[in-house]
Design a protein around this ligand. Structure first.
Ligand code: ZN
Length: 143
C-alpha cells in the first residue's frame, strides 16, 4: 500500500467523483477530475527556513479540457488535463485514432467553459455524475 484513493467533488465542474489520491511514500496529495481535467496537487514538504515555517507547494491547474484515451489493445486508460490551445487538436487526433481502431470508442475529450461552467463533449461520452453513481452501484469499490 503506497497510496490512498477516494472520491471528491471537483472544484471546477462539480463532478462528484474526481479522484483524490494521497501518496504515502512521497506525502504528495493530488486531485484529478476525469470530466474537465482539473488538477490540484499539494506536496507536504513543510520545513523551517530562517525562523519561518515554509509550507508545501500547492499547485492548481484549471484545465480547459481533458482527455481519456483508452488503448484498444492493452485496455489501459490515460487521463489528463488540456490547455485551451490543445483541446481541438487533441480532439481531432482522438477522432482519427478511434476511427482507425487505435483507441477504444470509450475514449473521450470534453471542453470546459470557464464562463458557463459547462462541460461539452467533443469526442465520445464524457462521464456525468449520474453515470458514475450507477457504475459504482454495479461495481462497488469496497465489498
Ligand atoms: Zn471537473
Amino acid at each position: 500500500m503506497s497510496s490512498v484513493q477516494s472520491d471528491v467533488k471537483c472544484e471546477q465542474c462539480g463532478f462528484p467523483e474526481a479522484w483524490e489520491v494521497f501518496d504515502c511514500g512521497t506525502n504528495e496529495w493530488t486531485v484529478d477530475c476525469p470530466r474537465c481535467g482539473y488538477h490540484e496537487s499539494w506536496k507536504h514538504e513543510s520545513y523551517f527556513s530562517n525562523g519561518h515555517l515554509e509550507r508545501g507547494v500547492n499547485e492548481v491547474l484549471y484545465s480547459a479540457g481533458a482527455y481519456c484515451a483508452k488503448d484498444l489493445e492493452t485496455g489501459i486508460k490515460k487521463h489528463g488535463g488540456l490547455p485551451e490551445t490543445e483541446v481541438e487538436e487533441v480532439a481531432a487526433k482522438m477522432r482519427d485514432d478511434i476511427a482507425s481502431g487505435k483507441l477504444s470508442p470509450e475514449s473521450y475529450v470534453p471542453r470546459y467553459n470557464f464562463d458557463t461552467h459547462e462541460v461539452t463533449e467533443l469526442v465520445g461520452q464524457v462521464p456525468s455524475g449520474d453515470e458514475a453513481q450507477a457504475e459504482k452501484g454495479r461495481n462497488p469499490m469496497t465489498p
